[in-house]
Ligand binder design. Structure first.
Ligand code: ZN
Length: 457
């Protein structure tokens, strides 16, 4: 961007920079300028929409400017508003009657442009308030999902998959969104697409016969190519079951009054979307890759008990750990007492050679005892502080665990008594909230969990 001051001497520049004085002065001298294109063929309404100049837009529309005025590529002011995700500008245009389904010369709708620039907020607004079709193909058969995958806009991808965009649709060249994400070497986009139901695309060939893994390798993304080649199509549910689960989840979301109206989405927390479960996760929930579902207050997956530890079973897990610690301690005490008595008063036939296995047992038991003691103490400490193993290990990923200065802050800690009561009486207490409101002392319930989310695991 040039740092030199711009001379605002035309209606188009005045519209772009929101300079009302110049705009009204020039329009007063020659009102036809408001309806005329500049030397590049663009209109004042487009410039105002691009830069979210709502007051200028209102003025221009009041002056009779056509709301769907299009440039040479047939892009309307609504298309331009999508470039920078200007929600107020788009809302102003739509209320003035802008055509939500308008297409430019390449068949792009406003949703295509928003997806190309990763404007998840505008996509959400268009779908929630105006019922926009976010899955319409352009002239080349590409949907907004193809574009978000190609450009690597993870938040837009999450939202589009959540709203039910077809994850496996091929474009005119036979390329699915997974093909495009592979071409650009975008691992996060590939992961989201596979979680969102694009598993069948792993084996799909485009018009040239290439699969996503081959395209990734051809473009120099060797690791991604190998990862995609290793991923198995039958890892996820069969497509029919996946569709059925998605339909059922959508039904639950509709009946729970959640979906697009979720407070987390209204707050722009796109990371709370689970594209696999098609839900908006409450705060502190995480998708478990082993069990394939979202878990409230996710702690960790425990291979010992073969289950995830979360909101519903954390107290039981802690009880299990302390009982286990008691049993290995008792076993250790018995073994040491036996060894001690045998060494103090050797009996016939019980020479040193017969003590080898008891000693091996004591060593193995000591190893177990130390491990379980460490785990039990860590879990007790975390429950007393109301923090999970996952949050402690990955706190830098979660905005809600950051203080204003960027340091770690636990907003859920309300003293050890209240914290322990919260975990031990999880079933009797309100479920996790979707978003934190205010500071650390005002954790309020802004939504209740629903859909496929499992609290009891
Ligand atoms: Zn999930």
């Amino acid at each position: 961007m040039s740092k030199e001051p711009q001379t605002i001497d035309t209606v188009w520049k005045a519209a772009a920079y929101g300079d009302f004085d110049v705009l009204t002065r020039l329009a007063g001298a020659d009102p036809s300028l408001l309806h005329a294109p500049d030397d590049q063929g663009f209109y004042a309404l487009q410039w105002a929409a691009l830069n979210n100049r709502v007051a200028v837009l209102t003025y221009l529309l009041g002056a009779g400017c056509a709301v769907d005025v299009a440039d040479a590529s047939r892009q309307t002011p609504l298309h331009w508003a999508a470039v920078r995700g200007s929600v107020p500008a788009a809302e102003t245009l739509l209320r003035a009657g802008a055509d939500l389904a308008a297409r430019d010369s390449r068949g792009y709708t406003v949703a295509h442009v928003a997806a190309q620039y990763g404007q998840a907020g505008l996509l959400h607004h268009l779908a929630l308030r105006w019922g926009a079709d976010l899955d319409a193909p352009d002239a080349d058969g590409r949907t907004p999902l193809h574009w978000a995958a190609y450009k690597g806009h993870a938040d837009a991808l999450r939202l589009l998959l959540f709203t039910g965009s077809a994850a496996a649709r091929p474009d005119a060249e036979g390329c699915t969104p997974l093909h495009w994400a592979a071409i650009r070497g975008n691992a996060e986009a590939c992961t989201l697409l596979l979680q969102g139901g694009a598993g069948e695309c792993l084996a799909a060939a485009d018009a040239t016969g290439a699969t996503p893994s081959q395209l990734a390798a051809e473009k120099g993304h060797r690791v991604l190519g190998l990862t995609l080649a290793d991923a198995r199509v039958h890892d996820g549910p069969p497509p029919a079951l996946g569709t059925l689960a998605g339909t059922w989840a959508s039904f639950l979301l509709a009946t729970c009054g959640l979906g697009l109206a979720s407070p987390a989405l209204q707050a722009g927390s796109w990371g709370q979307i689970c594209v696999a479960c098609r839900i908006v996760r409450p705060l502190r929930a995480k998708h478990c890759g082993v069990t394939g579902r979202c878990i409230e207050c996710y702690d960790h997956y425990c291979p010992w008990v073969g289950n995830v530890i979360g909101r519903g079973n954390r107290a039981f897990f802690l009880t299990f750990l302390w009982l286990e610690l008691g049993s290995v301690t008792a076993a250790m005490a018995v073994a040491v007492a036996r060894l001690h008595s045998n060494l103090a008063q050797p009996r016939p036939g019980h020479g040193p050679a017969t003590l080898v296995w008891p000693v091996v047992f004591v060593v193995a038991d000591a190893f177990l005892l130390l491990s379980i003691a460490a785990l039990a103490l860590a879990q007790t400490n975390q429950i007393a502080k109301n923090i999970t193993t996952n949050e402690l290990a990955n706190w830098h990923r979660y905005k809600y665990l950051h203080a204003a200065d960027g340091e770690f802050l636990n907003p859920f800690d309300r003293g050890w008594k209240a914290n322990c009561a919260e975990v031990c009486c999880a079933a009797q207490r309100p479920r996790s909230q979707y978003v934190l409101e205010g500071g650390e002392d005002s954790v309020s319930l802004l939504g209740s969990a629903g859909g496929k989310l499992d609290a009891m695991v």
